[in-house]
Unconditional design. Sequence first.
Length: 452
Amino acid sequence: MDRLGRGTWSLVVFAICFVSVLGRPSSLLTHLPFFSVWNAPTERCMSRFGVKLDLSVFDIVLNSNQSFMGDNITIFYSDKLGEYPYYGRGHEPVYGGVPQNASLKQHLRKAEGDLMTDIPDLGFHGLAVIDWEKWRPLWERNWDAKEIYWNGSRALVKAKHPTWNPKQIEDEAVREFENASRAFMEETLKLGRRERPGGLWGFYGFPCCYNYQYKKNETYTGECPALEMKRNDKLTWLWNISSALYPDIYLDLGLRGRGQDILLYSRHRILEAMRVRELTTHRPPSVFPYARIAYTYSMEFLSQEDLVHTIGESMALGAAGVVLWGDGNYSQTKDACLAVQEYLDDTLGHYIVNVTEAAFLCSKTVCSSRGRCIRRDPSGTAYLHLDPAEWSIVPRAKLPGTVTGGPSYVAHRRFRTVEGETSGFAASFRCQCFPGWEGEQCQKPIPEEPST
């Protein structure tokens, strides 16, 4: 038996049936207990190498051609949305270099046109992720290679006020940079939410926990440094305008084989996202951690234990879903495609099916299908996993009624009653109600406020 409490799974388990996210109205994404998103440009595996990656069976949300932009998820890199100011590799300024030296009006005008092109559907209800990584909106976080934004900001102030002393220059540079960076990020999100209000808008990598202390030879707790949590508190304006938060829980090779450290690393990054979402004055944004199926800068896939400590932990702590990100290396060669295919069929697919079905079951039995289950003790060890001793896999064709499509197999409980399942989940999980519902079991509708 492994950590999931399961023995050997047959190959058919990955085709276990539950209603696919792709088969649900996209407007209900925020009303799903949990779902996984495939965000990797793997269409070349089929078109060039004839290797089919059948991701839909795993309830992973796909774009129509498995690209970075599509009907279910769109990711805007720095050159894809408006006129994002930054310094290039040769330190040459692009659109002014620093945000206070750029035209916000011109940026928004172009961004609006880009939105019309890349998300033409006015009824878009997918994930809308903006990936701006050149600079960070808080001055003090632009260290190392990003110090060029400090220098550029100081140079602008010094040019305008050549007689000022260093402290005056520094104070004004900080003020100008942070005001402009906030305006660029805030107004871009406002534009997206106004033009495509059904989208789940947010910036990739926010919030960040900065819990990288595992790289040092000391006891690792995984906790976010107190200073970084205070800095995240300064970004309440960002959490308020975001309809989704997209922190990352990528694992580098330095964490390979360090199960407990991986758990603590992922846990506290998710907990920080769950913390800052509660700082908002309106409806808290949904949390969708970005994860990778392989260690960063490698094709070494995560073990099943790693999946538990990343995807499983995210789910147990209340994340609405997880985005499985990958780059062009996944489809660079036929061997790479075959490796991804094997990993999907043998490891990842099994786990995604397991946890997603368990999430729907817990939501139904504990939260009246109107909320998602969240671990009562954030530092506990309870996970939403199916127990194979209580479930069997049967052909969909043997079910009563006409079968016209869908996955070939379904999960069928053999022993435990619904009441038993309810008490089992309820002991370790509580409900995080979907919008519009409240109560211990999300059984009470929240009255709508009268319009004025």
